[in-house]
Design a protein around this ligand. Structure first.
Ligand code: SAH
Length: 208
């Protein structure tokens, strides 16, 4: 069986990230917590620790370079992706993780405490019904839905000159043509996730 720690260390290095021993330990703790809670609450279909490292940790960290600003919001974070890994490696940025389902939000709260992440706030709400105290510089999502839904749910959370980042598998061709009025596609980037032989794209939106 593959060693999760070695996978994470090699993967992070391939992404150009220098993780401290503490950061690596915290990320592995996240995998352990998720595996434990998964037995009771079925939070993710991904069950093997090595798979969790690739598909949850490294996949989340692959967008690290495109996060901008001090206030970041992860919409529909589920069990905490990409928000928790990104918060773990960006201690100076503040992350707000929004999740509609109570049991998932509870896990994210628990994990943030277990990992001693004091830059994470969890909001158990539907994003479209939640009003943030201040707008966010980067609003990000993974596997939330189509681009127009992301904008509908969370566009109001994005600062005037902020960015909306949607993590996608294949390049979402038709969705790009259906970006809602008032928004424009700034970039579509192809991402490489170390150890994952699958297409990944990051769509960046800004106000038109
Ligand atoms: N981002 C996570 C989870 C993806 S599943 C990951 O990639 O692993 C999508 C999640 O978004 C679900 O947990 C669902 O409860 C949540 N969700 C869907 N619509 C939402 C909304 N409008 N506001 C907040 N959360 C939402």
């Amino acid at each position: 069986m593959e060693d999760p720690d070695a996978l994470l260390a090699a993967g992070a290095a391939a992404l150009g990230l220098r993780l401290t021993d503490e950061q690596r330990a915290a990320l592995l703790r996240l995998v352990a917590e998720l595996a434990e809670w998964n037995g009771r609450f079925n939070l993710t279909a991904i069950r093997e620790p090595a798979d969790m490292v690739r598909k949850h940790l490294l996949d989340s960290l692959a967008v690290h370079a495109f996060i901008a600003g001090g206030r970041i919001c992860d919409v529909g974070t589920g069990p905490g992706f990409p928000g928790l890994p990104l918060a773990g490696v960006n201690p100076r940025r503040r992350f707000t993780l929004v999740e509609a389902t109570a049991k998932k939000a509870r896990f994210v709260e628990h994990a943030a405490r277990a990992l001693a992440l004091d830059n994470v706030e969890v909001v158990n709400a539907r994003a479209e019904a939640w009003r943030a105290p201040a707008p966010f510089d980067t609003v990000i999502c993974r596997a939330l839905g189509k681009l127009h839904e992301f904008v509908r749910f969370a566009g109001h959370l994005c600062a005037r000159d902020g960015r909306m980042l949607a993590m996608k598998g294949q390049c979402p061709g038709t969705e790009l043509e259906a970006v809602p009025r008032g928004w424009r596609v700034v970039a579509v980037r192809r991402l490489e996730v170390p150890g994952l032989d699958a297409e990944r794209h990051l769509v960046e939106l800004a106000r038109a």
